[in-house]
Design a protein around this ligand. Structure first.
Ligand code: MN
Ligand code: MN
Length: 460
């Protein structure tokens, strides 16, 4: 009977029961590099900088319009310092299609408003406007660090980074003490924690030389002016992002998990990037996208709805006399993005048989979206089948996943924007616990299997 079950039933296995000790070690080693990536890529801007440095080290060169290229060449297109597309040129013509991994490097966070600085009760604060889907109560009473890019009146740019250095000061949004929270505790979470309430405490020391009001605000401007040459008006042409001020750490007695800010979607970004850097001369040109703006719907010039992708791949095609449309029609894309992992603390929102599980490998999602699969590209049986065969051949441990129960909620990725381009696309990525929280959790083995999955595609 056991044989018959083995033969006819689908039985999922924990990845730890399937891999060798040697591969487990390789997986944990891989995650050391991933943790370093996390610590250096807390915003899309510094993520691009770090990625470009890694890529150049691995022989990638910036794409220059009109340049010629040959098999094995390694190119990248840096889109305005906020998104990057990297390519390794394959032996087959571009008209045969390219293999793409599309991840994003923006994460939910708190952006400063354009006129952020104010003083109240002799404390200075920054007003914020949250970016992406956050649960606001998670962002109070945790340490924050600040990254900014300021364009001064003369057109020059100043980069600001405060909080990441070992001796740097950090910032926080205050919360109410439980002793006085009788009214707050009666409110719903959305009422108790509002967007306008997420004001970051910046300083408390009054400026001695200033009289009257706004003496603490003056302390802030004095320090910013001395250190960065900034005046208050410069905030108008600036972007500041506040992100959690802690680094990635192993989680669990067995060190099997990683806790960090921004696994969504740096776990897949790093997987794609590493797989590409290790790809020498693939048959089909291998492309790794690290996109911006996914968390706000892939809008904007650096998001995946942007023609920036066509601009780069189209230019490569044109140089070789290939129609971009033909290239896309024969291409394949792994929309490399995270999904939720089944959480036994909240079993009510998931359907156990179809939810991704920690340590069960990279998760393929045939569709995302919400309600009746609305807002999803819904990959075909053939598309999933192609990956099933490939993953079997390459020893990639994978699982099928659905984001929670039907009608419980939903989400989207860049998949539908890739499919709109006539590119066969399916979602594949790392299951995450506490997704979109300032401290997310992934399993090392799932991160590694996502990297292995993308590598298998590049080498297919
Ligand atoms: Mn994502
Ligand atoms: Mn997300």
């Amino acid at each position: 009977m056991a044989d018959k079950k083995e033969k006819l039933f689908y039985q999922q296995k924990n990845a730890y029961d399937l891999i060798s000790e040697e591969e487990r070690k390789a997986c944990y080693d891989y995650c050391e590099g991933y943790k370093e990536f996390l610590d250096n890529c807390k915003t899309e801007r510094i993520g691009v900088k770090y990625t470009v440095a890694l890529a150049e080290n691995a022989g990638f060169k910036p794409y220059v319009p009109g340049m010629d290229f040959k098999v094995g060449d390694r190119l990248y297109y840096n889109s305005r310092g906020k998104a990057v597309i990297l390519a390794v040129i394959g032996t087959r013509p571009l008209g045969d299609g390219i293999n793409i991994s599309a991840a994003h490097i923006d994460s939910p966070r708190l952006d400063l408003k354009s006129v952020p600085l104010y003083e109240d009760s002799e404390l200075a604060f920054f007003k914020t406007h949250y970016y992406g889907g956050i649960k606001k109560y998670q962002w109070v009473a945790i340490p924050l660090e600040l990254y900014g890019t300021v364009v001064l009146k003369d057109g020059s740019t100043v980069d600001v980074s405060i909080g990441a250095g070992p001796d740097d000061p950090q910032f926080v949004i205050t919360d109410l003490l439980p002793h006085l929270s009788a009214d707050q505790m009666k409110k719903t979470l959305t009422e108790a924690f509002t967007g306008e309430g997420l004001n970051i405490l910046i300083a408390s020391r009054p400026d001695k030389e200033t009289e009257g009001s706004d003496r603490v605000k003056m302390t802030v401007m004095t320090i910013l002016n001395e250190k960065y040459g900034i005046i208050e008006e410069d905030f108008l042409s600036a972007e500041f992002e506040a992100v959690p001020a802690y680094n990635a750490r192993d989680l669990g007695l067995d060190r099997s998990m990683i806790g960090a800010y921004g696994h969504d979607d740096r776990s897949c970004a790093y997987a794609g990037l590493t797989a590409l850097m290790e790809t020498e001369s693939p048959e089909k040109t291998a492309v790794c996208i690290l996109a911006d703006k996914e968390e706000i719907g892939s809008e904007g010039v650096t998001g995946m709805k942007s023609q920036g992708f066509e601009w780069f791949i189209g230019a490569l095609c044109e140089k070789k006399g290939v129609r971009l449309e033909d290239c896309f029609a024969n291409s394949f894309c792994l929309s490399a993005d995270v999904c939720n992992a089944f959480d036994p603390n909240y079993p009510e929102v998931s359907e156990k048989r179809n939810n991704a599980k920690i340590n069960y490998g990279t998760a393929l999602m045939k569709f995302t979206g919400s309600r009746g699969k609305s807002g999803s590209s819904d990959a075909s049986a053939e598309t999933i089948g192609k990956l099933r065969t490939l993953f079997e051949k390459e020893g990639v441990i994978w699982q099928m996943a659905e984001l929670g129960k039907v009608d419980q909620g939903g989400g989207g990725t860049v998949a539908m924007f890739m499919a709109q381009r006539n590119i066969e696309t399916v979602d594949s990525g790392v299951p995450v616990l506490s997704m979109h929280a300032p401290y997310e959790i992934v399993s090392k083995i799932d991160c590694y299997m996502t990297y292995k999955a993308i590598k298998a595609l590049y080498n297919s």
